[in-house]
Design a binder for this molecule. Sequence first.
Ligand code: SF4
Length: 333
Amino acid sequence: MSCADEHVQDLIQIKPIIARQLRSAKYGVYNHSTVELCHWTKKSFMDEGTCYKHRFYGIDTHRCMEFSPAGMFCENRCIYCWRPMEFYEHIEMPSNAVDEPQAIIDNLMHERFRLMSGYFGNADANKAKLREAMRPTHYAISLSGEPTMYPKLPELIRHLKSLKDTRSIFLVTNGQEPDMLYRLEEEDALPTQIYLSTNAPNKRLFYLINKPRLRDAWERWLKSLEFLASTKARTVARITLIRSYNYGLDTAREFAEILRIGNPHFIEVKSYMHVGNSINRLSADEMLSMDEVLAFTEALEYHLDGYALYDWSIPSRVAVLQNVKRYVDPIIR
Ligand code: SF4
């Protein structure tokens, strides 16, 4: 690697001071990648419940590895984001500076084992689950930053698919890299399920809520929405409702209009949650009750042809509509 490449590589590493803060917040860090034991994975180790994706789609909460190859990189600064986005710096990851997929997974696995180690000494923890959790079956490529910014994402997903215990891979995207989504399809590297963050039914609200850095952010998002309609992957549009920004039965009609473009298999409607770094930006009043989430979901169902309410989860304040005209078995087998 040339000196210039090494310099760029140094530039995109998570800075030591931020890495220390992330580690003290129970993250694992490897160069520009991050991993964490999700709140629900930890609860599952203690037999205290599972996440709503287990209920809706059948994923193994205790065998989930939540990580990101773009830990501190994102093109947006969404007002509801619970992650430490104030640390986000760059909006580009040069391919000559990033780590190889296998190096990322191997090193993050070590970090994950380190984060799990305390549970083996906890008398109340379910040891059988812990042993199983050493070999993840589900990968949630989300955690922090925007994973589609990582230029070797197709290779990364193919690597995960090659691991013998892998059963499912979820990718969460803000829709700012539509070309990467098309590359995943072209390079036979589609995850099991693609989540598109869908927080605004129009351009004005999009800029207000997502505070994007890219001029053509709205057009990029629309292109990603179009991708959902044609891809072979399972697709989810996830709406995060924020009371005084995008909640309202009128807004439900507008969301229905724009969601027809993507025709996703599922639409998740979720309340903003007053947690993490978001508490510095939004008040707790911006959260919705489960009844309000269901009322919005039913309004959306009313305006959308071919969707039906499939399920909901009160602890996560989320409800899901299923596209009965583009039917897939909700449970991943
Ligand atoms: S799928 Fe999501 S919510 Fe469920 S355990 Fe994994 S990261 Fe947590």
